[in-house]
Design a protein around this ligand. Structure first.
Ligand SMILES: C[S@@+](CC[C@H](N)C(=O)[O-])C[C@H]1O[C@@H](n2cnc3c(N)ncnc32)[C@H](O)[C@@H]1O
Length: 396
């Protein structure tokens, strides 16, 4: 059996942000699992293998291992189980029994059950930082995750990583739990500075690259009509304008996919016109917001217009929050959001519904952040002798 690439299992794989980053870092993805049709279709369009299209609550570890074997590996060959179990629907009541057999149990427990039964040398779990304070005593959930993994023999640490410090043009924070059976959990070192002028100056002395800005990430993409539009397929009309754009456009022909966005009504577009870069719904005259149905939820991210000279705010539900292009009066396109998540332009998001594509892009782990973590895990596996001598170097 060829052990020249470490082997990963990606649970809750979504459109494949983690899988793509880990592949770039030198991993093979033996199994990916998701229950969402659009996520599975998108994954298939961009990766060699099809994910297991299933609800993780309804499969057992043997279903995962069957695919591992079909791919030519054994359970012992799995080097990492990685994934981000969504915390939606997470119920503390469900935690009381801590039993994965409880039908009311939650997705974390299913993730942990599969980890327990595969027992890979490394486990990585991603989530929103809010997870750290969930539960009783401000953090009971985190404590349970740590305790469960410790019981399985893992040394475990968690850290909040800032995506912009790894070359992603977005100030996204996510917590990563990394557990290892041997040694210390490997976290990647930042390669880029933080946002802000002072940080850019520090970068010069620290040998960090300057943060990638929204303008640097997306301004070579064709202009779209005010209010929305753009089609599934069109052509680029300029050359790449930055190193980041060149990198994103590697291996594409003239065809540009997914530069599509929601079409908004005229009175909604009128609201857009009042919002400066860095502004939000508060810049919109109240008379234009009268019939806004969702005023109770008008926090600072609603109708936020991105600043061209900074990394983006978190691209999560950018459609629902109406995130605006820095200079055009329309929402971000799927491709622009994908660029801000560091998905290369060859990566296509597939669904008959644009809302699915917007959701998938926003939910993913940024490729470059996943690649940085994959690189650190790769180096850990190599240093600990899990890879055969003469294996290929990490690409990260
Ligand atoms: C945050 S997204 C994952 C993003 C992914 N890690 C990436 O980097 O692209 C969470 C995914 O979990 C999937 N999911 C939620 N509940 C699930 C379940 N019970 N079984 C399988 N997949 C599930 C959703 O369909 C969604 O694609």
């Amino acid at each position: 059996m060829n052990r020249n690439r470490p082997v990963a299992v990606d649970l809750f794989c979504g459109p494949g942000g983690i899988s793509t980053g880990f592949r770039n870092a030198g991993f093979d993805i033996a199994v990916a699992v998701d229950y969402d049709e659009a996520a599975v279709q998108t994954y298939e369009a961009n990766h060699e293998q099809s994910p297991l299209h299933a609800d993780i609550r309804e499969i057992d570890t043997e279903d995962v291992l069957r695919i591992v074997r079909k791919e030519g590996y054994e359970r012992e060959d799995v080097d990492i189980v990685v994934g981000g179990p969504p915390c939606k629907g997470f119920s503390l009541a469900n935690m009381q029994t801590r039993s994965p057999d409880n039908p009311m149990n939650n997705l974390f427990m299913h993730f942990l059950k599969i980890v327990r039964e595969i027992s890979p040398p490394v486990v990585v779990m991603e989530n929103v930082p809010g997870l750290l304070s969930m539960g009783k005593n401000e953090g009971e959930i985190k404590d349970i995750i740590v305790e469960e993994l410790r019981e399985m023999g893992y040394t475990i640490q968690y850290r909040i990583l800032k995506a912009e410090r790894f070359g992603v043009p977005q100030a996204r924070r996510r917590v990563f739990f990394i557990g290892v059976l041997e040694g210390k959990p490997p976290f990647p070192s930042p390669t880029h500075t933080e946002a802000g002028r002072q940080a850019t100056l520090t970068a010069l002395t620290d040998e960090l690259s300057p943060v990638v800005t929204v303008g640097g990430a997306i301004f070579d993409l064709p202009e779209l009509p005010t209010g929305g539009g753009g089609s599934e397929v069109m052509e680029y009309d300029t050359s790449p304008h930055s190193d980041y754009a060149s990198e994103m456009r590697a291996n594409v022909d003239e065809t540009l996919y997914n530069h599509e966005t929601t079409i908004n009504r005229e009175n909604t577009v009128k609201r857009f016109e009042h919002v400066p870069q860095g502004g939000n719904w508060e810049n919109i005259p109240p008379e234009l917001m009268e019939n806004y149905t969702d005023r109770s939820r008008t926090h600072g991210h609603i109708y936020y217009r991105l600043e061209e000279d900074e990394p983006a705010l978190t691209i999560a539900n950018f459609r629902k929050s109406m995130m605006l292009h820095p200079t055009q009066d329309r929402l971000l396109s799927v491709r622009e959001a994908a660029r801000l998540q560091s998905f290369p332009d060859v990566y296509r998001f597939v669904s008959s519904r644009i809302s699915d594509k917007q959701q998938m892009v926003g939910d993913a782990v940024p490729v470059k952040l996943a690649e940085a973590i994959g690189g650190a895990v790769y180096d850990h596996l190599k240093a600990r002798g899990y890879l055969e001598p003469g294996t290929q170097e990490s690409l990260s």
